[in-house]
Design a protein around this ligand. Sequence first.
Ligand code: AMP
Length: 568
Amino acid sequence: MDYEFLVKYYEKLESTSSKLKKSEILSELFQKTPTELLPRVVLLVQGIVFPKFMQLELGIATQMMIRAIARTTGFEQKRVEENFKKTGDLGLTAEELARKRRQSTLAKRKLTVDYVFDSLQKLPTVTGEGSQDKKLNLISELISSAKPEEARYIVRTALGEMRTGTAEGIIRDAIANAFLLTGKESKEKKSEILNSVDYVYNMVSDFGEVAKLAKEKGMEGLSRVKIKLGKPIQVMLGLAAEKIEDIVKEFGTVAIEVKYDGMRAQIHKEGNKFWVFTRRLEDVTKQFPDVVEFCKKSLKAHECIVEGEVLAINKKTGEPMPFQNLSQRIQRKYDIEKMVHEIPVQVNLFDAIYLDGKLLVDQKFVERRKILEKIVKPIPEKFRLAKEIVSDDVKEIDKFYKNALKEKQEGIMMKVLDSPYTFGRHVGGWYKIKPIMEDLDLVVISATWGEGARSKWLTSYELACRNPNTGKFLSCGNMSTGLTEEEYKTMTDTLKKIIEQEKGKTVFVRPKVVIEVAYQEIQKSPHYDSGFGLRFPRFVRIRNDKGPDEADTISRVKNLYESQGRAG
Ligand code: AMP
């Protein structure tokens, strides 16, 4: 398949923001794609060339791309940078400059999907001395063979910024539409089919593989997909909750566990074979031979999958150490035995999801915990069950929470007793309570008039961080709490003076006013231009002392997100 053919679909995807349309476009593309190419095309439309769990970075930095564009278009680097300032997107810059290209390329080859895919896949394998030059050559070769519109998408894929808005849900719908749905199904049947696609994705963690299976084997094939020990499955995560009371009010008695500040470990056992995977499904078995030893001694099942949190322990004091210490263990590829002695670890187990041929995900949390207790013979201080209480007493839970913080852990997880194990992203069933994070200074870009008695005030504010490269402000949250009446008034008076445009109850203002914002956590969010959203943002104060050019940047938001998200 020619890359140009795929590019036509990228362009179509980019021209609509409708999720339904996007999934129709993709569905047509998937149907037209030859089966053997399907796994690659499904990855490429997500803007990647490796399944996400492989965590392989292509390693192309902005500066390197600027050099590659300059080299292949014959323009000076400065000119490329200027254009980039204007577009804010090196893909568009590459396209625009390629149209004006000064250098005619001699041997132009027609790019195929396979060729582009293979070249991009080579990038992370280029390491060591001279690797920067080699990468630059690889990427330059691609761009110079590309037509202008092809260059746009090659550049974006290499930078990991596709901008075609193909979230996982859209890919799932497109696969189902292309190969499994006839359009005549009842609503129930349709949702059953979509759920099956989700379910299989959670098992194999690669939509490329799911698409191929759906095309070749249909529903029948999908329903036969089973957990394969040694292949990680998507982990369940918690939703952020603001207050302990809220959860108790909603669910009554719940299980409360320490939320440990370490690395999520999904441990697979198959007879004498063991694997340890991180939350991002990376295989770290080699880095943790000590964990494998614990498992050998302690796991009393022939086959199982259990989950827990690995903590680094201070050799001298026996106390848990911050995540940074553990991350040395995760990244280490040599001298592993030495590291095992220097930074010993402790595993705190909290779930069992598979036991001797049986998937336990549909069982209640309490049942799974019981199974876990049965199959784990704890090794004191090394391999043990997560600390847990079962309670509906807010005071008791609060004491447990304070204690967890005193022990330098992140907070608590409140788990609904009869909740199943739900694969994938943050869903209900587990609720995390953590202290508020470091404040951010953000710019107000729009605001909305209040209701009823507050209709004379602007009471809800859209916040944005700064992109220092383009000077643009990117939204990252909506804040409406934490202000006194006086503060609402001040905000309203200040913002009224800088209104640029009004639309219904919303006013768009010049990005001038900086405010300090507290929040509980940062999440990835497609709703905001920055791609990140603040959970529970609260007003702290107006920063009259700061101009918008001093507001926090998108990279700070990203760093904070990563520091809380953990490498594990
Ligand atoms: P977060 O990273 O804030 O979304 O929280 C989810 C992470 O908390 C999981 O991936 C685990 O690594 C970690 N965690 C720590 N202790 C627990 C626990 N007792 N139960 C579930 N997850 C836990």
